[in-house]
Design a protein around this ligand. Structure first.
Ligand SMILES: NC(=O)c1ccc[n+]([C@@H]2O[C@H](COP(=O)([O-])OP(=O)(O)OC[C@H]3O[C@@H](n4cnc5c(N)ncnc54)[C@H](OP(=O)(O)O)[C@@H]3O)[C@@H](O)[C@H]2O)c1
Length: 319
């Protein structure tokens, strides 16, 4: 029987893409928190799942004893920097304490543990950032993630910490991500203002999921997951794309793919838009270590083409 992979945050953006990719080789179990029962039935159909507040240490311990996973990918988080800024205690509990709970319990059981952190542990003034660059978060979300990284490293020396870049994809859980909103606006012929001076190394949800599965399965004896091609990945790892690009440039590429006028994308500066949480200018990641391990993101354009649904591509003139 395939080994069990536990995905925390299975109802989230990344969790949903992970489930889709992981079920080809793993038996998948997933956790969720506040998602309504009727949505859970749709989002987590066919996998073992359970509602849990990961900040509750005992519940997490009991869940791990019941599920007995062979590996854990921890994507559950409060991932909205503005929300974290306004709810600092909750952010600290979920982004730091829950992560530490899981890391410690996985460490006790020597279960491979992959924690998803963020490029926002950096301040955006010295890109590209390699794994050994010092962290310098500008907002509470980045600060709590940076604290969690250090706590995980201290608690469990075999844990892997994957810093994720901006991820883009389609709605799976009812919350419409920026990529899909952008596609919808453009398709309707409405212009959209997009940050031209905020640089990221984005990857799509499916590409991010593939990278995390590479890490979770690394060094495993089980050849259905990984025929031991790579040694167990530990410590910090950047899973960014190969291009440093703004949302405005992504918008232009999307318009080109859709055959729509470039004028629908309107450049703006992030400095002109007030935000609750401070924003970083350029947190592009240097992900060469991951590329050496076999993580191989296509170009942003190719990833966008893979995601755009047929009905959007069908809008191209001359087709
Ligand atoms: N999205 C990005 O562009 C991006 C960029 C860099 C890093 N990241 C990191 O990537 C990871 C995944 O992000 P995402 O965008 O997929 O997040 P998301 O869509 O907001 O999903 C968050 C998940 O966490 C669960 N959760 C929240 N609080 C919980 C708690 N107390 N106990 C148990 N589960 C809880 C949610 O469950 P319910 O919905 O059921 O409540 C949901 O499944 C996070 O670690 C995030 O920091 C994301």
């Amino acid at each position: 029987m395939a080994p069990t992979l536990l995905i925390t945050g299975a109802t989230g953006f990344l969790g949903q893409y992970l489930i889709a990719a992981a079920r080809k080789k793993w038996r998948v179990a997933g956790t969720f928190h506040r998602t309504r029962r009727e949505d859970v039935e749709r989002l987590l159909a066919g996998i073992d799942s359970g509602r849990i507040d990961l900040t509750d240490f005992r519940d997490v311990r009991d869940m791990l004893d019941a599920v007995r996973p062979k590996a854990v990918i921890h994507t559950a988080a409060l991932a909205d920097p503005n929300y974290c800024e306004q709810h600092p205690d909750e952010s600290l509990r979920v982004n730091l304490q829950a992560t530490l709970n899981l890391a410690g319990l996985c460490g006790d059981r020597r279960i491979p543990f992959v924690f998803t952190s963020t490029d926002l542990v950096f301040d955006g003034t010295r890109a590209p950032y390699a794994e050994d660059g010092p962290v310098s978060p500008l907002n509470l979300y980045g600060e709590h993630k940076a604290l969690a990284e250090q706590a995980v490293l201290d608690r469990y020396d075999e844990a892997a910490i994957c810093r994720m870049p901006l991820m883009f994809g389609l709605a799976t859980n009812g919350r419409v991500p920026f990529f899909q909103r952008m596609a919808g606006e453009f398709q309707a012929g409405r212009p959209m203002t997009l940050f031209a001076d905020e640089l990221r190394t984005p990857v799509s949800g499916p590409v991010a999921a593939a990278g995390l599965l590479l890490v979770a399965g690394s060094g495993m004896e089980d050849e259905t997951v990984n025929p031991k091609e790579i040694e167990r990945v530990r410590g910090l790892l950047h899973l960014g794309g190969r291009e440093s690009i703004s949302r405005y440039e992504m918008g232009l590429q999307m318009l080109d793919i859709l055959g729509l006028p470039a004028s629908l994308a309107e450049p703006i500066s992030f400095r002109d838009v007030p935000a609750v949480a401070a924003r970083a200018a350029d947190v592009s990641l240097d992900s060469s270590r991951a590329y050496e391990l076999g993580f191989d993101p296509p170009t942003v354009r190719q990833q966008m083409e893979q995601l755009l649904p047929g009905n959007l591509l069908a809008q191209k003139p001359n087709d």
